[in-house]
Write a protein that binds this ligand. Structure first.
Ligand code: PMP
Length: 350
């Protein structure tokens, strides 16, 4: 705190990112990265870009990437927005699309960045409890609102809301923006992008950090009606007209174009997830149904914070949240087969 801070900054409660440890030997299962690395074609495209002309500014619109995303999903490129990680895309959506003076509805257990953006942009937050099974109950969202946002699959629970339920939510809220944050959709869900042409109030965000294994590159995107995309472009061009650098545009576009690698690595993560779930259940854990590249699990007889600390001593890091309702859970990212085995061995040894 300093006398130079504005009152606004004094009151900001920023997001606390998951730990990025400096030690490299750890079995790192705490921030949902992909164990398989990006497509070799994406690496080659980035290397080629390095040999090109970094002296020049990038394309401010990232058109090459927008076209690759548009081709992947069969939508016009004019319905695609790209930004520096989906965190930045979400920030622009909070800034430009959620109404003031009415509450923004989101699940009380969901991505903890949402309340932070509410604070940053002066939006009234209204968290809504999940049901007993940690599922989103869409009937609870039939109330006046200035927008709705939820991750699908949800984070950190991993639970999926069926596309048919997403559509009912859209039908019930035609006058406000419904933002579906699909950071983890490629690990077992069906994207709501297929609904964009019918619902002008739907915005879907995705990231290249998870299923395309480019967390270090910081690329995210949104797909929605042209009017919503136009709002995001206005915000972006009032903030940073070059959110993506030349390397990011080239690498992310090539990653989207390599559908075979994407499908193969997602399938491998899903397969590993089923094995980790079986292994954890054999050790007495209860695991919520996951459609993500992580699982959310608790052990009836053991303290989750204690397990996380004990795992850490054995070089395995997982995520524990202090929020009361989920304090008995651990969120565990799906790693490589060797990492997953190291996790199960460490747990068995506890
Ligand atoms: N949404 C959700 C639900 C997430 O878990 C994350 C990852 N922390 C993000 C968005 C942001 O991902 P990124 O900024 O890496 O695209």
């Amino acid at each position: 705190m300093s006398k130079f801070w504005s009152p606004f900054v004094k009151d900001l409660v920023p997001y606390v990112p998951g730990e990025q440890p400096k030690l490299t030997k750890l079995v790192k299962l705490n921030t949902n990265e992909n164990p398989y690395g990006p497509s070799p074609k994406a690496i080659a495209a980035m290397q080629a870009e390095l040999n090109d002309d970094l002296r020049l500014y990038p394309d401010p619109n990232g058109d090459r990437l927008k076209q690759a995303v548009a081709a992947h999903y069969g939508v016009p490129a004019s319905q695609v927005f790209v930004g520096n990680g989906s965190d930045e895309v979400l920030a622009h959506a909070f800034h430009g699309l959620f109404q003031h003076g009415k509450p923004l509805l989101f699940p009380d257990i969901s991505y903890s960045f949402y309340p932070v953006y509410c604070g940053l942009y002066g939006i009234q937050a209204e968290p809504i409890a999940l049901d007993e099974q940690f599922q989103i109950r869409i009937e609870d969202y039939a109330r006046p609102n200035g927008g709705i946002i939820f991750p699908n699959p949800n984070a950190p629970t991993g639970c999926l809301l069926a596309l048919e339920a997403v559509e009912r939510l859209l039908q019930a809220n035609p006058d406000s923006v419904v933002l579906v944050d699909e950071a983890y959709i490629d690990f077992g869900g069906e994207s709501a992008i297929s609904l964009v042409s019918r619902y002008p109030n739907l915005l879907v965000t995705q990231t290249l950090s998870k299923s395309r294994s480019l967390a270090g590159l910081r690329v995210g995107l949104a797909v929605g009606h042209e009017d919503l995309i136009e709002a995001l472009e206005r915000i972006k061009n009032s903030f940073n007209s070059y959110p993506l650098d030349r390397i990011a545009i080239a690498g992310a576009a090539a990653a989207f174009e390599d559908r075979a690698y994407f499908e193969q690595t997602c399938a491998a993560v899903i397969d590993s997830r089923e094995q980790v779930v079986a292994g954890l259940q054999a050790l007495g854990f209860e695991v919520l149904p996951s459609a993500a590249n992580f699982i959310f699990a608790r052990h009836p007889g053991r303290d989750a914070a204690g397990i996380a600390a004990a795992l850490r001593e054995q070089g395995v890091i997982v995520r524990h949240f202090k929020q009361a309702r989920i304090a008995q859970f651990l969120r565990i990212s799906i790693g490589s087969p060797e990492q997953n085995q190291a996790l199960l061995d460490a747990l068995a040894a506890l």
